[in-house]
Design a protein around this ligand. Structure first.
Ligand code: NAI
Length: 368
């Protein structure tokens, strides 16, 4: 019973809740690779995981009944109506198996159900993917690959530039942004950092400077986005920002799609203000990313337009996708769930008050 004690502290047990010691997890949006890595790591935890291929929506939320926790990913939208539905099931914990939580209405859930996440699983995976996109776009590897496969060995149109001596602007210098800065410094690039909360000791240690965002826009040859999506930075890269950038700038986004106003990006690409765009995330990715539409017609005209540019490289929210990251994601997610059901501290809990430091986590180990 102890396993469920915590859940019952929050609300009376729902009829659907199980009465066994082993917590049940309803796992939404399960892909074969999730199942492989979670089953492997779960050998050390012994949870009863039920995998659903469906995303968590207001139509599928009833599938959480009978579970003690739901496990969700970036495109499971926990809007207030989905949360209302979830509160009517037996589930008492939301375990995000990702770092970002812009898909959860944290105000709507506060005080009703705890939300835990995986704050870091492999910042190296994401940073290295961002750099892979830079190098691919610069040296046109995506074009060269297709060309030589077609026995076309011409070099016309494949000219790149030396990264050494160019300026890279890193927006968001948390775990991922710092690694990108270090890698690009290794290339001999000039690095400019921008963060709402600068880490001056990192800058000093690496002999790199923070600057304001205007300077990043004005001087960078490559701009890479590594901040979370917040209401404040929605469409950070918009028409006005693009107008300030160097002609031919490269923009890389492995952060979140809505950091960029995609229509403004398309305008920038059409006028050649933007020379290259590497997008691992896209504003409306929920509809398409992670799924196979190769036999369908893409109904999203904006995405379809992006796919026509030779200097745009899109990957499908793939930056995190390494063996190391998948192992860490499974291990941290299951540890978070274990901590909850053993009434432990929820070190990885998040709430809307965390940012302001006004939640109770420091005092009680939980946000509320
Ligand atoms: P982090 O929390 O370590 O760092 C984020 C940094 O952004 C912090 O230093 C913070 O002060 C800064 N920041 C916050 N608001 C800002 C603003 N308005 N302007 C400038 N900087 C701001 O996060 P981490 O692990 O480095 O991840 C960054 C983001 O990358 C995540 O929030 C997530 O959205 C995205 N991500 C994408 C993945 C992918 O597969 N494409 C995988 C993992 C994360």
């Amino acid at each position: 019973m102890s396993a469920l004690r915590n859940a019952r502290n929050l609300a009376p047990q729902s009829p659907g809740a199980n009465n066994m010691n082993i917590p049940k997890i309803a796992f939404f949006d399960a892909k074969p690779y999730d199942i492989e890595f979670f089953n492997s790591v779960n050998q050390d935890f012994g949870f009863d995981i039920k995998y659903f291929t469906s995303r968590l929506t207001k139509d599928t939320v009833a599938m959480a009944n009978g579970s003690d926790a739901v496990c969700v990913f970036v495109n499971d939208m926990l809007s207030s109506d989905v949360i209302d539905g979830l509160l009517g099931t037996s589930a008492r914990l939301i375990a995000l198996r990702c770092a970002g939580y812009n898909n959860v209405d944290l105000r709507a859930i506060f005080g009703k159900m705890h939300v835990v996440r995986v704050p870091a699983y492999s910042p190296y995976a994401v940073a290295e993917h961002a750099v892979a996109m830079m190098l691919s776009l610069n040296r046109r590897i995506h074009k060269a690959y297709a060309r030589t496969r077609d026995s076309n060995f011409s070099l016309n149109g494949l000219i790149g530039f030396d990264m050494r001596g160019k300026t890279a602007g890193i927006i968001g210098t948390g775990k991922i942004g710092k690694i990108v800065a270090e890698i690009l410094k290794g290339f001999g690039m000039n690095i400019l950092l921008y963060d709402k909360f600068p880490d001056n000791s990192f800058a000093k240690l690496n002999n790199i400077k923070y600057s304001d965002i205007e300077t990043i826009f004005n001087l960078s040859d490559v701009i890479s986005l590594h901040c979370p999506l917040t209401p404040e930075n929605h469409h950070l890269i918009n028409t006005a920002a693009i107008a300030k950038m160097k002609k031919g700038v490269m923009i890389i986004n492995t952060g979140r799609g809505k950091l960029i106003d995609t229509l403004a990006l398309i305008d920038g690409l059409k006028t050649a203000t933007i020379g290259y765009a590497g997008l691992d995330v896209y504003e409306e990715e929920t509809e398409y990313f992670f799924e196979d539409f190769s036999n369908s017609v893409i109904g999203d005209d904006v995405l379809a337009r992006l796919l026509t540019f030779p200097n745009v490289l899109i990957t499908s929210h793939q930056a995190y996708f390494t063996r190391e990251a998948l192992t860490n994601i499974a291990a941290t997610t299951l540890s978070n769930i274990k901590a909850f059901f053993e009434n432990g501290e929820l070190a990885n809990e998040i709430c809307y008050k965390c940012g302001a430091g006004t939640c109770m986590k420091k005092e009680t180990g939980k946000c509320f």
